[in-house]
Design a protein around this ligand. Structure first.
Ligand code: 1HN
Length: 354
């Protein structure tokens, strides 16, 4: 029989709570849970994440990176990398919720053997010269400040025919691929995958203000897979003569895919900026957590109430939606990567000035 009045209305709060708890326990046996106890946490008013801002000073890291070569060869390690972990995400190999960062070392004569994986990788060259990476059948020799792309599922190996240690920052979308359950890898049957095109081929075809007529994109990445620092630097310095920097972001440029004008990579947004000596930005924030590294110059990064001094080769992580400012001591060039491009494609990305 159906009661005429709801007995819970007359009952006290304790009774309501007890009845609900009993209901939740019964529902729990079916792996069911009430949304209303979780809604505010699931859909907060503002982004909530565990990340903290952090700076790694290269001078502190370098001895450990160099020691890695005394501990293990590139061949044995497959990739000899020291991972930069966000201090709030220790043990996860994550620098942000979606991104990975590491410092890779290769010594003269070594080869890091060929493999491929669904994760996309970027390299930003930190120190040394003469090492190459071979990506999808073409080699490129890397110099400090170069930005190099390894697209998803392309064969790649690295080698070093020059002198001295060579170090680069690896940025990968590993946590993003893990989240989507789309992680695959394959090892090549040879340490060095075949190289089919001459040095400079991609730059000539795609990075010279020209495109082959009828070109059809092979994948979602820019076919220019090395953006040399010398050209980027020249562009930044020329454009900085022509006008004032943006008050919140400085002279800020993105690496572009010349085929479609979009970002250079499909999941990671790669950008570079120049802040003239003495210039201080107004506060800026965006929903993409970002990894920065200084290419040249130095300055001060403020995130919320924390202040960090950044010099050449230092690496910083700034959590999404935390306001930050940059104050250049001398002409300050910063490279950065984030998941902005993925957020934009999903209609999620936001920014705020001030
Ligand atoms: C990888 O393939 C490289 O190719 C670097 O240099 C870092 C981190 C995790 C998984 C694969 C590389 C990596 C990686």
């Amino acid at each position: 029989m159906v009661a005429k009045t709801d007995p819970t209305v007359a009952a006290g709060d304790a009774d309501i709570t007890a009845r609900r708890e009993a209901f939740y326990a019964r529902a729990d046996t079916q792996h069911l849970a009430p949304l209303w106890t979780r809604l505010k946490a699931l859909v907060p008013k503002l982004p909530v994440h565990q990340l903290v801002p952090h700076v790694w000073h290269y001078d502190d890291l370098r001895p450990h990176v160099m020691e890695s070569a005394r501990q293990i060869s590139a061949a044995e390690a497959e990739r000899r990398v020291m991972i930069l972990e966000n201090p709030s995400l220790r043990g996860t190999s994550q620098v942000t919720n979606t991104l990975y960062a590491g410092l890779q070392l290769i010594m003269p004569g070594e080869v890091a053997p060929a493999h491929r994986h669904t994760q996309s990788a970027l390299r930003f060259i930190v120190e040394g010269s003469g090492a190459y990476t071979a990506v999808d059948g073409e080699k490129t020799i890397m110099q400090p400040g170069d930005f190099v792309i390894t697209p998803s599922w392309t064969w790649h190996h690295h080698g070093h025919e020059g002198a001295g240690p060579m170090v680069w920052l690896d940025g990968l979308d590993i946590p993003l691929c893990t989240f989507f359950g789309s992680t695959f890898r394959e090892d090549h049957d040879q340490a060095e995958a075949p190289v089919e095109r001459p040095l400079g081929d991609a730059m000539a075809r795609f990075g010279s203000g020209l495109l082959p007529v009828g070109h059809v994109a092979k994948n979602l990445n820019s076919p220019v897979f090395n953006y040399p620092w010398a050209r980027t630097r020249e562009a930044l310095h020329v454009l900085s003569k022509a006008g004032a920097p943006d008050a919140h972001t400085g002279h800020w440029m993105r690496y572009v895919n010349p085929v479609d004008g979009g970002w250079a990579m499909p999941t990671m947004a790669t950008m570079v900026r120049l802040l003239p000596a003495g210039f201080a930005t107004q506060p800026y924030r965006s929903s993409d957590s970002m990894v920065f590294t200084t290419v040249e110059g130095r300055g001060e990064l403020r995130v919320a109430d924390q202040v960090f001094a950044l010099g050449p080769r230092d690496i910083a992580v700034v959590p999404g939606w935390m306001p930050y400012t940059l104050h250049a001591q001398d002409d300050w060039a910063l490279f950065s990567y984030s998941d902005r491009v993925a957020q934009e494609k999903l209609g999620l990305w936001r920014e705020a000035r001030g």
